[in-house]
Each structure stands twice: as structure tokens, then as C-alpha cells.
Ligand binder design. Structure first.
Ligand SMILES: Cc1ncc(C[n+]2csc(CCOP(=O)(O)OP(=O)(O)O)c2C)c(N)n1
Ligand SMILES: [Mg+2]
Length: 799
């Protein structure tokens, strides 16, 4: 690493001041100088940003290389935008609109910010873990021989100290240790303050022990150069001991109070009328305050040295002592998290920064180094030499995926069979798929795929059961070519790994087609991480089994009810719940292409979905073996399955009742319709493969009509066009009934929605379907209630 020259250090010092100014001013401007009109405070975090100003200056203007990627602590977003602005990569208009409509985002956002954010942040802890998994993904990509022409990057997180309370960070660290993590830096902004107050004493020692236990190098950066010099003076050792034993709260309070308070406290506690007193007395109040707050996290030479001295690729935790609000009037105050400088305080700050009114946004205003010199320096900043992101070419996906017909099988088994079939080939699709699972690889049916494609590890590891000739269904061999990443049981890790794998095209310039499997109820366990992955537009396929109460004897604790609603509501995630394996094959083929899409096209006139923009996919599958239809997959049927629904039995003009079902309850729906048809000639059966896509298309078409596009018709509107208005619709699924209840609003049909609202009972499928009211009997009874006809003779016999 290049050492900085004294001139460069001077320029970096000026840039540090400028970052502090611009970040503070951006927030001030948004709060005091922009009309919002809605009465809600704009906010922003001047203190949290100030805390990282020096560290980010050292990194972005010197230590980072173009290939490095960074997750910035969410509330230091203003620093990031200020730095990009100084580098000419962010516009003044975006800064002026900070936290406003289409302005620079409150927290760095990959998708909404225009200045090349590497990883979005916002929900604390998740961006931190994302850097760890991105490092693993980088290793995965390179081990497969892709992107070797590009230099290896470091994945760096700028971490608030309170972020370390988030358990997902420790889950990730354990996984990193197992997977041989490299090239990962976590820089902890150890300002000893959280949102609410000052944090516990001695946390640094717990962190140090934890990180070392997981194989990390730990670098503690506590004192800045001024303090080191003072420690070398007579009496300096006493001063150092005092600081080391000073409680966090007292230190923070003195930082806030300033030089006179420091002097009084130090004189009272260690004044000796000798060396120590002299050390204190030779300094003015201002000098004393500067000395006592000269922590390494605000000392450029210490930081530049620490970052520059790294000569290995092991993961490193830098614990950098900082002051929340450093350089601002509320520095150290325990209430400063959301604190904003008043206009009067801003005036003082402006004067101290030598900024003339009207020149607040000028990049080099008030600096003591000539602008040309700074420009010349900025032109050489390695980080700024990054090429703009260009999406790599997409991986070709066959239009159809083959799978042998089984008379009776489950969608979970079908999923394993389809992947097994793909795994036999050496197609681009087969090569780019990477699977992962949190210790449920076998029970979610990835075993056959893993047998073919092996587990991934940077170093090969044999399966001892195999070498000992002990029969086993699964070949558990690890190699750098392996295509399955086995995780420990931590769903947060699954989602953050999917987030990292699903951004490989953006981060590594190489497409991966990630598939993650887990039990459906445990989506809730990692829901915020799933949301985070979707928020930053990572692309993956999530396959969840078993699901609902249909897992039956597996146990009430694992039943999932709300997940279909999550599928419906989660932005960026297209949810499907097929009943049959041929449907699943069509959906998977669609999904492999869909996750790679990045177009801007208008919505399709067919379904009113924006499929060209792409997204991730959630497949809710089942372990229940059911009878499979033997049918040709005509193009029209394939399309309808992907659009979300098709008529299994088309209603006629005198139809009295339609049953609309989703997923594993297909046999009950089919049986109920068959029985009712004996008495009422005309009963319709609608197979819903994606309530989510039907609903999204319907909403979009309505909006289009409201904008005057009178011809807009969504898929579900067209499907229900022929259902007479007096007809009732019974909906049924193994999930919350609200998932399909809205179908009645499409054309105003009466609806009775069956589904699961309570859970916890164990039993066989017939027991549970009867208990929860989603069996054929319940469907018929519901139909009877909303569309009275002749009583059904079979009702009692069925029960
Ligand atoms: C998951 C989550 N919970 C709560 C919050 C609200 N929040 C934002 S910042 C913060 C604490 C910040 O403390 P720290 O990480 O030490 O950063 P500092 O403000 O000291 O720079 C909290 C609780 C959040 N953003 N994400
Ligand atoms: Mg903090």
C-alpha cells in the first residue's frame, strides 16, 4: 500500500473537513431550507455521520481500490453522498433533495440512489452480514473459473457499534468461519453510543474475543497521534491510565462539555502539582479538548496506517474509537442520535468552516489547499477509477424443462427430479445454478442434485462414509467446483447468502442462478433478511417445503399459514404455489429467465405484469403425493400457469358455483367439484398457480383503466368474464383464506374463502383437512351456503 506524502495528508485532512461539512449541510438543508409541506420532520443523522467522517475519508479517498465493495452504516448515508459529490459522481440536485422525492436516499440504496451504492443498508446488521456472504460468493465465482481477469475485491462493512447487538451478525460470523472467509473487513465505528444512549462498558473486549474466536484478525484503534505524543510526555502514563479507566458515560459527557470541564475533571482526579498538572497546564482549553478527543477513529494518520498495513487476506475487524457527533456542538451528548444543529449552531459551524453564505455547496469552498491541487488529487483516487456497472450477458435458459411423468407424486419430489434432470447435463443453465440450504438440503429434496454437482468448499473434502464403503444415499463430497453451499441452520444466513449470490452479476460481473430451499414456516424466521434481499434487487429462487398443515404428522409447530400472504405482499418476489409437477416445470423454466431480466418495458397487455423488469421467485411446494394429470403442455396452458391461473373445468353459462383452489388441496377441490357436478350440471374449477401474480395484474389493469387505458384487462378479469354474476366462488388453499378472498371483488361475485386461520394440531391429512375445514365436505358445504342448489347426497358419506 502506498504511503501518503505530507501533501496528500494535508489534502485528505481538508477532504475530511469537507465531508463533515457537506454531510451536515445536506441534512440541515433538507430540514430547514426545503419546503416539505406535510408537517413531518425530515430528519437525518448529523451525529452518526460525523462519527464516520474521518474513517470514510481514509477509505474512499485513499485505501479503497476500485474492486472493493462497501456496505455503509445506514445513517452515514450523507457522508457517502458527500464523498461521491466531491468525486463528481453525485449531483448537487440529489443532495438538495436528500430524503425527498427522488433525492439522495436516507440510507444508501443500490436501486434508488444514482451514485453507485454497492450494498443497500437500512435494517441494521443485515448490510454487515451481506459483505461476509459477498466475500464467499466472490470465492465461489472465482473457484468456478469465472471473472479471473478481474482483481479480487475486499468486502467492507462500516458498522455502527450498536449494530453488533443484532444476532444475525454472529450467525454470519460462525458461517464465515466454517466456509474459510477471506477478504472481508468490518470497520466498527466504536462511538459507544446507540440510538437511545451510551452503551455498556468494555464491549470492545467482548467483541475482540468473539472475533478472534471466529478466526478474525482484530485491530484496535484507540488513540490518535496527539494522544500518543502526550503519553510520551512526563505524566503521560497517568493520563493514559485515566482515559483507560474512564467510564463511557463520563467520557461522553466531558466531550460534550469541552475544554474547561476536561481541565477541572483531570485536575481533580489526577492533578499532582507535578508532571500531570504540567501536561494539562501547557494546553489551552481548546487544545486540551482536541487532545482528549483525539481518538484514532478521528485521526487520519492512524487510520491510513492501519488500513495500509494489512498484508493478508484473512478477515479483519477494526475497532475504531470514535465520538458520535465529532466536531459538532452535540458531540458526545447521549441524546444526539436524531439531533440536528439549530440554525444558530449552523451559522457558527459555517464560520468555523470558512464557508461564505451562498457557497455552501461549492466543493472546495473554505479549504486551505488550492482547488487545482485537490482536483488533481481527486483525479488520482483509486476508488473513483471504477468502471460503471455493466450487466453481464444472460445465461441461456431452455423454454421447457423436462421431467418424467409420475402417476402420483408431490411438487417437492418433482422439484428434486427436475433439478436432477438439469444436473445430468452440462448446459450453461446447469453450470450457473447454485443451490443452498440451511441444513435442510436432504429434507427439501436437493439430495439428487447435490449427488451430481457436489458441495462447494474452497478446499476439497472427501466423504468418509463413501471412502469407508458405508452405504449412504447421499454423496457428501466438497470441492471448489461444487455447486451447493451447505449452511448451518440459520435462515437469516440463507436469505443474506441468497442476497449475495443474487447480486453476483452486479458485484462480480458473473451471473449465478441461486436456488435456496427451506421449510415454509421458517421464511418468517428470516423475513427481514428476505425483505432486505428483495429491497436491493437480488435475484434468486426460493423453494419452500413442506408447507401449510399438509405436512400433517410432521407437527403443528411447523405449519405455515401466513406465507401465501407474504408471497402476495412481498415486493420484488413473484410467488407461485403449483399443485402439479408439470406446472412446476413450466414455472421453474420461467423463473430461471425471470430472475435475470432487467428491462424497462411497459407491462404486458396480456397480464398487466411487468415481467421484463424481472425479480425473484418464491415457490411454495408440498410433500403431499397427489395424482398427477397426464396432459400435453400446450403453449397456452403454460402461459396461463405462469400468469397465475387456468380453468381446469370451464364454467358454462348456467354455472352456479366455481371452486378456485391453490396448491396441495387440488384433490379435495377436484373431488368436491366432481360431486357437485352430479347434482348441479355446471360447476367450474379454477386452478390458481399464483394468487400473487393474478392480484398484481388485476391491480395494475385497474390502475391502467383509471389512467384512461380502457382496454386494459388482466388475466383474472378475462378468466372470470364468463362466470355468470349469480355464480358463487368458493376459494380454498392450505394457507390463510384472505390469499384468494379478493377474487370476488374482480367482477362482484359472492365468495366464501376457505383456508387456515388456526394451527398447531397434528394428524393425518384427512384428519387435519376435516379439522380445519378445507376438505371436500367443507368445500361443498361452503358452495351450498353461497349458491344454494339441491342438497348434496354425498355430504354425510364423505365425512
Ligand atoms: C433492524 C433495525 N432496528 C432498529 C433500527 C433503528 N436504528 C437506526 S440506527 C440505530 C442505532 C444506531 O447505533 P449505532 O449502530 O451505534 O450507530 P451510531 O448512531 O452510533 O453511529 C437504531 C436502533 C434500524 N435501523 N434497524
Ligand atoms: Mg454507535
Amino acid at each position: 500500500m502506498d504511503r501518503v506524502t505530507p501533501d496528500e495528508l494535508r489534502i485528505l485532512g481538508e477532504l475530511e473537513r469537507k465531508v463533515l461539512w457537506l454531510a451536515s449541510w445536506t441534512i440541515h438543508h433538507a430540514n430547514h431550507l426545503r419546503e416539505t409541506g406535510d408537517g413531518v420532520k425530515v430528519g437525518g443523522h448529523q451525529a452518526s455521520s460525523a462519527s464516520l467522517a474521518t474513517i470514510m475519508t481514509a477509505l474512499y479517498f485513499h485505501a479503497l481500490r476500485p474492486q472493493d465493495r462497501v456496505a455503509v452504516k445506514p445513517h452515514a448515508s450523507p457522508n457517502f453522498h458527500a464523498i461521491q459529490y466531491l468525486l463528481g459522481r453525485q449531483s448537487r440536485a440529489k443532495l438538495e433533495a436528500f430524503r425527498g422525492y427522488k433525492g439522495a436516499q436516507s440510507y444508501p440504496s443500490r436501486t434508488k440512489d444514482s451514485d453507485d451504492v454497492d450494498f443497500s443498508t437500512g435494517s441494521v446488521g443485515l448490510g454487515v452480514a451481506q459483505t461476509l456472504f459477498s466475500s464467499l460468493v466472490q470465492d465461489y465465482v472465482r473457484a468456478h473459473g469465472w471473472g479471473l481477469e478481474r482483481p479480487e475485491g475486499r468486502m467492507i462493512a462500516l458498522v455502527g457499534d450498536a449494530e453488533l447487538d443484532e444476532g444475525n451478525i454472529f450467525e454470519a460470523m460462525l458461517e464465515g468461519w466454517k466456509q474459510g472467509l477471506r477478504n472481508c473487513w468490518w470497520v466498527i465505528d466504536y462511538n459507544r453510543q446507540s440510538l437511545d444512549a451510551v452503551i455498556r462498558e468494555g464491549l470492545w473486549a467482548r467483541y475482540e474475543a468473539l472475533f478472534r474466536a471466529f478466526g478474525w484478525d482484530v485491530v484496535i484503534l484507540k488513540y490518535g497521534s496527539l494522544l500518543w505524543q502526550a503519553f510520551r510526555e512526563p505524566g503521560g502514563e497517568r493520563l493514559r491510565d485515566w482515559i483507560d479507566s474512564c467510564p463511557n458515560q463520563l467520557y461522553s459527557a466531558l466531550v460534550f462539555q469541552g475544554g474547561a470541564a476536561w481541565r477541572k475533571r483531570l485536575n481533580d482526579e489526577i492533578g499532582d502539582q507535578g508532571d500531570v498538572t504540567r501536561l494539562i497546564e501547557t494546553r489551552s482549553d481548546d487544545e486540551l479538548a482536541r487532545l482528549m478527543t483525539n481518538l484514532a477513529g478521528h485521526d487520519l494518520p492512524s487510520l491510513l496506517d492501519a488500513f495500509g498495513n494489512v498484508d493478508h487476506d484473512r478477515p479483519i475487524c477494526f475497532i475504531c474509537y470514535t465520538i458520535k457527533g465529532f466536531g459538532l456542538p452535540f458531540a458526545g451528548h447521549k441524546d444526539n442520535h436524531a439531533g440536528l444543529m439549530t440554525p444558530a449552531q449552523m451559522e457558527n459551524f459555517r464560520a468555523a468552516m470558512r464557508i461564505r453564505p451562498g457557497h455552501e455547496w461549492d466543493r472546495f469552498e473554505g479549504l486551505s489547499v488550492p482547488a487545482e491541487q485537490i482536483e488533481e488529487f481527486l483525479g488520482r483516487v483509486p476508488f473513483a477509477a471504477r468502471a460503471p456497472r455493466r450487466p453481464p450477458p444472460q445465461i441461456e435458459v431452455p423454454a421447457e424443462l423436462s421431467v418424467a411423468h409420475q402417476t402420483t407424486t408431490s411438487t417437492q419430489t418433482g422439484f428434486g427430479a427436475i433439478l436432477n434432470e438439469i444436473g445430468r447435463q452440462d448446459s450453461p443453465l446447469a453450470q450457473r445454478i447454485v443451490t443452498t440450504s440451511p441444513d435442510v438440503t436432504v429434507s427439501t429434496n436437493l439430495g439428487a442434485w447435490v449427488n451430481r454437482r457436489a458441495l462447494f468448499a474452497r478446499e476439497a473434502m472427501a466423504d468418509t462414509f463413501k471412502s469407508e464403503h458405508i452405504p449412504s444415499t447421499f454423496n457428501w463430497e466438497f470441492s471448489p467446483q461444487g455447486q451447493h453451499i451447505e449452511l448451518g441452520i440459520a435462515e437469516n444466513n440463507l436469505f443474506i447468502l441468497l442476497s449475495a449470490l443474487g447480486l453476483s452479476h452486479a458485484i462480480n460481473g458473473e451471473w449465478l442462478l441461486p436456488i435456496g430451499t427451506l421449510y415454509d414456516p421458517f421464511i418468517a424466521r428470516g423475513l427481514d433478511a428476505l425483505n432486505y434481499a428483495c429491497y436491493q434487487d437480488a435475484r434468486f429462487i426460493l423453494v419452500a417445503t413442506p408447507s401449510g398443515i399438509t405436512l400433517a404428522p410432521e407437527g403443528g409447530a411447523h405449519q405455515s399459514i401466513a406465507e401465501p400472504l407474504i408471497g402476495l405482499a412481498q415486493d420484488g418476489l413473484a410467488a407461485f404455489e403449483p399443485a402439479f409437477v408439470d406446472e412446476l416445470a413450466a414455472i421453474l423454466a420461467f423463473a430461471f429467465a425471470y430472475i435475470q431480466k432487467d428491462g424497462e418495458a411497459d407491462p404486458s397487455e396480456r397480464n398487466w405484469l411487468r415481467d421484463e423488469t424481472g425479480g425473484s421467485v418464491y415457490l411454495r411446494l408440498s410433500t403431499r403425493p397427489i395424482e398427477q394429470p397426464r396432459r400435453a403442455m400446450a403453449a397456452e396452458l403454460r402461459q396461463a400457469i405462469i400468469d397465475g391461473a387456468y380453468w381446469m373445468r370451464r364454467p358454462g353459462p348456467n354455472c352456479q358455483v366455481v371452486v378456485a383452489y391453490t396448491g396441495a388441496v387440488a384433490p379435495e377441490a377436484i373431488q368436491a367439484v366432481g360431486l357437485m357436478a352430479e347434482d348441479r350440471r355446471d360447476v367450474g374449477l379454477l386452478a390458481v398457480t399464483s394468487a400473487d401474480r393474478l392480484n398484481a395484474g388485476w391491480t395494475a389493469a385497474q390502475r391502467a383503466r383509471e389512467r384512461g387505458l380502457m382496454h386494459a384487462r388482466s388475466h383474472i378479469e378475462r378468466l372470470l368474464d364468463d362466470v355468470p354474476s349469480h355464480c358463487g366462488i368458493v376459494t380454498v388453499l392450505d394457507g390463510h383464506p384472505a390469499t384468494l378472498a379478493w377474487l370476488g371483488a374482480v367482477h362482484g361475485h359472492r365468495v366464501r374463502s376457505l383456508g387456515i386461520e388456526h394451527f398447531g394440531q397434528t394428524g393425518s391429512i384427512p384428519d387435519l383437512y376435516r379439522h380445519y375445514g378445507i376438505d371436500a365436505n367443507a368445500i361443498i358445504a361452503a358452495a351450498q351456503a353461497i349458491a344454494p342448489g339441491k342438497p348434496i347426497r354425498h355430504l354425510r358419506a364423505l365425512g
